[in-house]
Design a protein around this ligand. Structure first.
Ligand code: AGP
Length: 372
């Protein structure tokens, strides 16, 4: 009913708007007054955490994209090797697992069969499983050794939005906590990031306040057949997520690529007026990456692409090559997906609406996939 949707036309719109609160709720009570992480709820001792020598993240769909981003964060802040794998592929290739492997299973519903089978396989090999889940008491957390709940609240729309942002928050928390527990050389950086994370919900809100031009752009592209998405570093999984949203909702051919792969094939797809969304990393910090992506934008634009550039406020280098410029607030590199994903959700939702599609219940899809 309209009341359930809180005055929005679709649950998806309501859930996109709820993201600042979902992010804040997922952080609540987990950062103490001294800016340190409190995750005693994990029930894994610091001694056990110091034993971990490999982390494997398993998940499907959007949760898998959160896992890809987790890998960057985990390896950077903990120096523990981390793999991320589609849950549906995992157990069929006889993965190497032992009691020192920590498996992280990410699932909004907690009922996804592929993810459940992957975690059962991991536990049979003696690995510990930590679930990141949004649904209290669902099967995946019940069958795991530990659980970190995301507090997005119920997500009704089939296309995942607020659950994704809170999965990212949970992954950052786990990575930072492991880094904190193991005392890596990034101690100071970890402190700064915890502080930035505690303020990020306000930045998500700021992004939501500036979405009208994105909706307008989406409507203008309603007759297109294809949209490509490019990103690098954590912007790569963001590109994949943007493409997945567009497939699910707008039923359009949408593909995400690592920008560095362009020259290895995908650049052949570029033709006159093809919309290409580019997620640009911060020009601060890893500026080498930034410069490389700016030249990618130049290259595709020279071949006729219509460039839709998502870039940090104050990034002037992209301006000459952006047919459409979507600004996002400056964040630490690894946290950028929390703000960069939001315009892509809005874009897909509006495009779907413009094409007359059912936003909350896309064809052929179910909210939770309980078959393998
Ligand atoms: C995302 O928009 C999807 N509908 C889908 O990819 C989903 O993320 C996936 O099926 C995993 O679901 P889960 O998080 O409930 O395990």
């Amino acid at each position: 009913s309209a009341a359930e949707k809180g005055g929005y036309d679709y649950f998806m719109l309501k859930e996109i708007a709820e993201q600042p609160k979902a992010v804040a709720d997922t952080l609540l009570g987990r950062i103490d007054a001294f800016g340190s992480l409190r995750l005693d709820e994990l029930r894994i001792s610091a001694a056990e955490l110091r034993e971990v020598d490999k982390i494997v993240v398993v998940a499907c769909g959007t949760a898998f994209h959160a896992g890809m981003i987790a890998k960057y964060a985990i390896e950077h802040w903990t120096r523990i090797p981390c793999e991320v794998e589609l849950a549906s592929e995992f157990r069929y290739r006889d993965p190497i697992l032992d009691p020192r492997t920590l498996v992280i299973a990410i699932s909004q519903s907690g009922e996804t069969m592929d993810t459940l089978m992957a975690l059962r396989h991991a536990r049979e090999q003696g690995s510990k499983v930590l679930a990141i889940c949004n649904t209290n008491g669902s099967t995946i957390p019940r069958e795991s050794d530990a659980v970190l709940y995301t507090h997005a609240g119920p997500e009704v729309a089939v296309a995942s939005t607020k659950a994704f942002l809170t999965q990212l928050v949970a992954c950052y928390l786990v990575a930072l906590y492991l880094g904190q527990a193991r005392g890596t050389k990034w101690g100071d950086e970890i402190h700064v990031v915890i502080r930035d994370l505690s303020q990020i919900s306000r930045e998500v809100e700021r992004v939501l306040e500036t979405m009208e031009p994105v909706r307008e752009l989406a409507r203008s592209l309603a007759a297109k057949n294809t949209v490509l998405f490019l990103g690098r570093h954590v912007g790569y999984p963001v590109a994949l997520e943007g493409a997945l949203k567009l497939k699910e909702l707008a039923y359009m051919h949408a593909e995400g690529f690592a920008a560095g792969e362009l020259k290895h094939g995908p650049i052949a797809l570029i033709e006159e007026d093809l919309p290409v969304v580019v997620v640009v990393p911060s020009p601060r910090g890893r500026s080498v990456l930034h410069d490389k992506i700016v030249s990618n934008i130049q290259e595709i634009r020279a071949r006729g692409a219509r460039t839709i550039v998502i870039a940090e406020e104050g990034d002037e280098a992209v301006v000459p090559y952006a047919d459409h410029l979507i600004r996002i607030p400056a964040t630490p590199t690894l946290l950028q997906p929390l703000v960069a994903t939001v315009p892509l959700q809005v874009f897909a939702c509006e495009l779907a609406t413009a094409r007359g599609n059912e936003v909350d219940q896309p064809r052929n899809l179910a909210k939770s996939v309980t078959v393998e």
